[in-house]
Design a binder for this molecule. Structure first.
Ligand code: AFP
Length: 324
């Protein structure tokens, strides 16, 4: 069976050759990161890098390696005006005449590296027609303005999941041909589900509305929802969202009263917005307790946000509990 390559898909779904080049460059870099991961301890990629990122989180060796690889690949493209990464303190200029800004989380779920479990790279592409020196301000666009978004998931197989705002498609890396081949062009998140993902160890710290919503799911058939729910938690948003794109479900990383001044754990520009575009393009929903994430006007590049995403009816119900 002959399958479309990533290049084939891009040629037929976007007129912008520079966007095509950008996505291909990210795809090529993911193959290098996959090589780093495949060797594990043999490649000396496990453990901490010995530094913290701007958000005070310990950087793993592979966070730094993946960040450097992606930064170098994007900086080589004249269409890229600037980049912002979860692992960089500030936005990084590339080419003044470039039309794209790229934000990325080079290695989401990095606590999974040392246990040989799933991790991924998440990216978002924004436009810019500014000239002069690059500023953080240019990046602060609501998620709905993204031009493209996606992720590469390093699991038993390596997958690239993409939206150029024409639905969501999944490619699987074929080591024999060295190509990403189209394996799913019907990605759809059903409006209802029977599976949720949340870090239950934080339950006592959530807002009362979130506690009520999850408690009702846990009551199963005997409770107000009248059905049993299953639970999963990979500790890598990229893998949890991938499962939801494959078989439906709900994912939450809610506000937590231990750090009331911190909106949530996940980053708006590197995680929530790109995943949000994918989820909405697949027919799902992504919100905070107050409303759609893709409408949020970002205030700063490393901003955090509470996240409720996946099956539309579940997201709506969860949000309604917060509003009532
Ligand atoms: P790291 O990349 O720093 O490991 O964080 C991953 C993440 O931001 C997100 O991908 C997970 O859903 C979440 O953290 C897991 O958080 P817990 O530590 O609460 O399991």
């Amino acid at each position: 069976m002959s399958r479309a390559t990533l290049a084939d898909y891009l040629t037929t779904h976007t007129d912008s050759t520079s966007l095509q080049q950008l996505v291909i460059a990210l795809a090529d870099t993911s193959i290098d990161i996959r090589q780093d991961l495949a060797g594990g301890a043999l490649n000396d990629i496990l453990g901490a890098a010995g530094a913290e990122n701007v958000q005070g989180e310990e950087q793993k060796k592979l966070d730094v390696i993946a960040n450097d690889r992606i930064k170098a690949a994007l900086a080589a493209l004249p269409c890229v005006r600037g980049i912002a990464s979860e692992e960089e303190d500030d936005v990084v200029p590339a080419h003044q005449g470039g039309e794209f800004l790229v934000t990325f989380d080079p290695l989401d779920g990095s606590s999974n590296i040392d246990i040989n479990s799933m991790v991924g790279t998440i990216f978002s592409v924004l436009g810019s027609n500014a000239d002069g020196p690059l500023s953080e301000q240019e990046f602060l666009q609501p998620g709905r303005q993204q031009i493209a978004a996606g992720y590469m998931l390093y699991g038993p197989s390596v997958m690239l999941v993409l939206t150029v705002k024409k639905g969501v498609v999944m490619f699987t890396y074929d080591p024999q041909s060295g190509q990403y081949l189209l394996t799913d062009d019907q990605v759809n998140i059903p409006a209802d589900c029977k599976e949720f993902a949340i870090n239950m160890s934080n339950q006592r710290h959530w807002a009362p509305a979130m506690q009520r919503y999850i408690a009702e799911l846990l009551e199963g058939k005997e409770g107000p929802r009248g059905k049993d729910y299953n639970m999963r938690w990979v500790a890598a948003m990229v893998a949890d969202v991938h499962r939801i794109l494959c078989r439906g479900g709900l994912f939450c990383y809610p506000w937590d009263k231990r750090k009331p001044e911190q909106a949530g754990k996940l980053r708006l520009m590197y995680e929530a917005n790109p995943m949000g575009l994918l989820v909405e393009q697949a027919g799902g929903r992504i919100c905070t307790q107050d409303g759609p994430i893709l409408d949020i006007q970002p205030e700063q590049i490393h901003q955090r946000v509470p996240v409720i995403l996946g099956a539309a009816n579940e997201v709506d119900l969860c949000v309604s509990y917060h509003q009532s």
